[in-house]
Ligand binder design. Sequence first.
Ligand SMILES: Nc1ncnc2c1ncn2[C@@H]1O[C@H](COP(=O)(O)OP(=O)(O)OP(=O)(O)O)[C@@H](O)[C@H]1O
Ligand SMILES: Nc1ccn([C@@H]2O[C@H](COP(=O)(O)O)[C@@H](O)[C@H]2O)c(=O)n1
Length: 227
Amino acid sequence: MSDTVESVIVAIDGPSGTGKSSTSKAVAAKLGLSYLDTGAQYRAITWWMLSNGVDPDDADAVASAAGKPAIVSGTDPSRPTITVDGLDAAGPIRTPEVTAKVSAVSAVPEVRTRITDLQRSIAAGAPGGIVVEGRDIGTTVLPDADLKIFLTASPEARAARRSGELKGADVAATRELLVRRDAADSSRKTSPLAKAADAVEVDTTELTLDQVIECVVTLVEEKRAVA
Ligand SMILES: Nc1ncnc2c1ncn2[C@@H]1O[C@H](COP(=O)(O)OP(=O)(O)OP(=O)(O)O)[C@@H](O)[C@H]1O
Ligand SMILES: Nc1ccn([C@@H]2O[C@H](COP(=O)(O)O)[C@@H](O)[C@H]2O)c(=O)n1
């Protein structure tokens, strides 16, 4: 006889442009789960620093200000939202200025503690379960997640995807920026980008987005089915 567990927590990590957001949103929508984009939270705090005259490269100043902004994430996968001090931040957090500084801000331990606490409380409050995507979800934020996925793809595939998204941005320059951001995220001391030992690695280089979504949905359903 088979039964189905009530709630499931899925952690999806990986480098930039591997398809974490697209996959996580679609999987959550298909399975009726909540969705959390943790990169958006780090972008939001970075945007607040830039908007409030805090130098993102001054780790002490960033640490002192880390508790100030009120960051609220909406977890409906069909309409994810993010506000900072009540302002809609969805657009401003995607600017090149924020992208260029987010790795510096997210490396500051006080920022990570603040955002990790927020992520854990959102995951704990998600009624039917949640898909949480980022860089350290399986290793640090939710080490007891029911399923951990680590998405990868070649830098060339990721750059081609991103430059398509950015309407023809130079692929070589896009690749350079992706690789540099991954290197910074992987080499920071506190909670770096890393694959959890018990994560399932999915190389998406040769897969369509639909194939990746199907693969992850299958893995979640397998986990949910309890013998
Ligand atoms: N398997 C795939 N095949 C082709 N394109 C894809 C695939 N997966 C994602 N994409 C496209 O690649 C781009 C980047 O995907 P997405 O934003 O989901 O990646 P990400 O890992 O969340 O990136 P980041 O960490 O930088 O936020 C999007 O335009 C998305 O539609
Ligand atoms: N769990 C996470 C998620 C993200 N970051 C930092 O945020 C940056 C932006 O992430 P995107 O997914 O929106 O590209 C990322 O480069 C990391 O610096 C993080 O540290 N931990």
